[in-house]
Design a protein around this ligand. Structure first.
Ligand SMILES: Cc1cc2nc3c(=O)[nH]c(=O)nc-3n(C[C@H](O)[C@H](O)[C@H](O)COP(=O)(O)OP(=O)(O)OC[C@H]3O[C@@H](n4cnc5c(N)ncnc54)[C@H](O)[C@@H]3O)c2cc1C
Ligand code: FES
Length: 319
């Protein structure tokens, strides 16, 4: 396994209230960012180590994008300030060095996904979906009629919905607060060609509204989702009720962040391969355990989110 190594901060910019975009480049003598940019798959994450000696555990962040820019490879993470670690991270200035380790975990299975791919994201789960969406778009061949539709839920003002618009055929956003909706309208005034729907509520309210309005084609559909656990649980239920295979990127409280401490275990359904996304098309997405010490009971099994995930077939999870 790769050892943690330093990276250099290119930008650490507040892009929405309490939400920062962190752009990293290789620092002198380290090719960690180059390695991540070359290897990373959408859905994987990076462990970020803080400089303060009192905070030894890494903070995991989903990879929002990897860029091969003229000035060298760039790794983009988007994070919200929620506690002491992210508060400290937000104070780091461009030019500072930071230690990171990645890419970690297993990402989304991107093929085959079917004709209608729904990217369902909530809050900080949206930036990592941008990376997935870009990869899917890049892999489409001319004449491919796959449609990419994003359903994005925000607590307040939207961010990254414009970015998703670069790769999706349609982007629908929803905010839980009226102020967020106002911002959304401003942001999208110029994008007359991108239909959108503004409703006060959650991303599942948005999905229900789009279905009832006949604006969401669920034929041969699949779902990639990332966001808070209650949202993922709702997505899993909705997907099951519609018979749509879904892959979800889970968040679990982590310790080591690379498989050594069993701090991030979740319960999954054991034994037989689980029918999922692409199982209907011949690929089995069941997750084998990364570690034989994990419980493998006839009715319940354990998996490590940091090593076996963070992306799992929705129907594999004991919610
Ligand atoms: C696979 C994965 C991907 C993630 N991607 C993102 C992302 O792209 N953007 C983003 O803003 N946040 C993301 N998170 C959540 C992010 O890791 C936490 O918000 C962050 O670790 C909080 O650190 P803190 O010191 O500010 O909070 P504190 O609550 O002070 O943290 C205390 C300890 O608990 C751990 N911890 C706290 N909350 C979480 C959490 N939700 N998940 C895992 N560990 C946690 C911290 O790493 C730290 O070790 C992700 C979490 C996981 C598991
Ligand atoms: S965080 Fe230590 S095993 Fe997953």
């Amino acid at each position: 396994m790769r050892e943690r190594a330093t990276a250099s901060i290119v930008e650490n910019l507040e892009i929405a209230s309490g939400v920062y975009r962190l752009t990293l480049a290789d620092s002198r003598g380290s090719d960690m960012v180059s390695g991540i940019v070359a290897e990373a798959a959408p859905g994987q994450f990076v462990n970020v180590y803080l400089n303060s000696a009192s905070m030894l555990l890494p903070r995991p962040f989903g990879i929002s994008d990897v860029v091969a820019s003229e000035r060298g490879p760039r790794l983009v993470l988007v994070y919200a300030v929620v506690g002491a670690g992210t508060a400290e991270l937000s104070t780091y200035a461009p030019g500072a060095a930071i230690r990171i380790l990645g890419p970690q975990g297993n990402g989304y299975e991107l093929a085959p996904l079917g004709k209608n791919v729904l990217l369902i994201g909530g809050g900080l789960g949206i930036p990592p979906l941008l990376f997935a969406t870009r990869r899917i778009r890049e892999r489409l061949t001319p004449g491919d009629d796959t449609r990419l539709t994003a359903l994005l839920g925000y607590r307040d003002a939207p961010y990254y919905s414009g970015g998703m618009g670069l790769y999706c055929d349609e982007v629908f956003s929803i905010s839980e607060t009226a102020s967020g909706i106002g911002e959304y309208k401003k942001e999208h005034e110029h994008k007359k060609n991108r239909p959108f729907c503004v409703v006060n509520g959650t991303v599942m309210d948005l999905a229900a509204r789009l279905v009832s309005d006949g604006r969401l084609d669920l034929t041969d559909a699949s779902i990639l989702s990332c966001g808070p656990m209650p949202m993922l649980c709702a997505v899993a239920e909705w997907a099951k009720s519609k018979g749509i295979p879904a892959q979800v990127s889970l968040e679990a409280r982590m310790g080591c962040g690379y498989g050594a401490c069993v701090g991030c275990t979740i319960e999954v359904k054991p034994a037989e391969p689980i029918a999922s996304a692409a199982n209907t098309k011949g690929t089995v997405l069941f997750v084998s355990p990364s570690d034989e010490s994990l419980t493998e009971h006839p009715s319940i099994a354990q998996r490590k989110v940091c090593k076996d995930g963070p992306v799992f077939p929705a129907e594999a999870i004991v919610w």
